[in-house]
Design a protein around this ligand. Structure first.
Ligand SMILES: [Mg+2]
Length: 249
């Protein structure tokens, strides 16, 4: 927070780029490997402790079951952890387990999932780049998922983190971006948001007036709509992209 106070002088001029906010999944790391391991750990827990629950379904039937849970609980749409716990609970109820067993089982299976979910491996160069940027900017995390930046090696570089679960709505809704404005006391024009999702990250941040960097590791064509200020294919290119935006002001 000392950092925020030191940089609040920049607010006076309302000119300087002072804050960089980051999406997490597929921006700072590839989310697929930990997700696959997390799903596997959850399934193993169920097979061992609640036989007949998840194994009563083949792949397609399980997907249909999950989809029906999502449809019946729209209020949990921005709460991915609660949604998963609800699905795990209903899966055990359907498997003939008592309400109490299903509740405790949902909690424990989710915990098994979360342990692996948090074992993310930052993209090569990510730590170096974040360390460099943290010397000059306030860094924050804005994620729709249930990853926790403070459980990674990059924890020390982040001054704040908001998740869709903590705010109650997901990007591209302005609420999460507004939370970053409130937290830092900066204007949107002093913030650059960095993310991989053209809609959630680029459009969402742009709508509130922030600068944007699109992390396009897969080198896809830009879908449509307003383009990001800068596009990069790996994080090594980020400092230069930030300088470019800052210099253009
Ligand atoms: Mg992402």
């Amino acid at each position: 927070m000392q950092h925020i106070r030191a940089l609040s002088a920049a607010k006076e001029t309302r000119l300087t780029i002072s804050v960089i906010t980051f999406d997490l999944d597929n921006t700072l790391w590839d989310v697929e490997p930990p997700l696959i391991k997390a799903e596997y750990a959850q399934q193993q827990w169920l097979l061992q402790h609640r036989p007949g629950a998840v194994d009563a379904f083949d792949h397609e039937a399980l997907l249909a079951f999950k989809t029906s849970v999502w449809r019946r609980h729209p209020a949990l749409a921005h709460h991915v952890s609660d949604m998963r716990t609800q699905m795990l609970y209903e899966l055990q109820i359907a498997g003939g387990y008592s309400e109490e067993e299903s509740r405790s089982g949902a909690k424990e299976a989710f915990e098994a999932f979360l342990v692996e979910r948090h074992k993310v491996v930052l993209y090569e160069d990510a730590l170096d780049v974040l360390k460099r940027l943290a010397q000059r900017y306030i860094l924050g995390a804005l994620t729709n998922g249930n990853a926790d930046i403070y459980k990674t090696d990059a924890a020390e570089y982040f001054e704040f983190a908001f998740s869709a679960e903590s705010i109650g709505t997901s990007k591209p809704h302005p609420a999460m971006f507004k939370a970053a404005l409130q937290k830092t006391g900066m204007t949107a024009k002093q913030i650059i948001h960095v993310g991989d999702d053209p809609d959630h990250d680029v459009q969402g941040a742009r709508d509130i007036g922030m600068h944007t960097v699109w992390v396009n590791a897969q080198r896809k064509p830009w879908p449509s709509g307003n383009k990001p200020d800068r596009e990069i294919v790996n994080l090594r290119q980020l400092p230069e992209a930030i300088n470019h935006i800052a210099d253009a002001r």
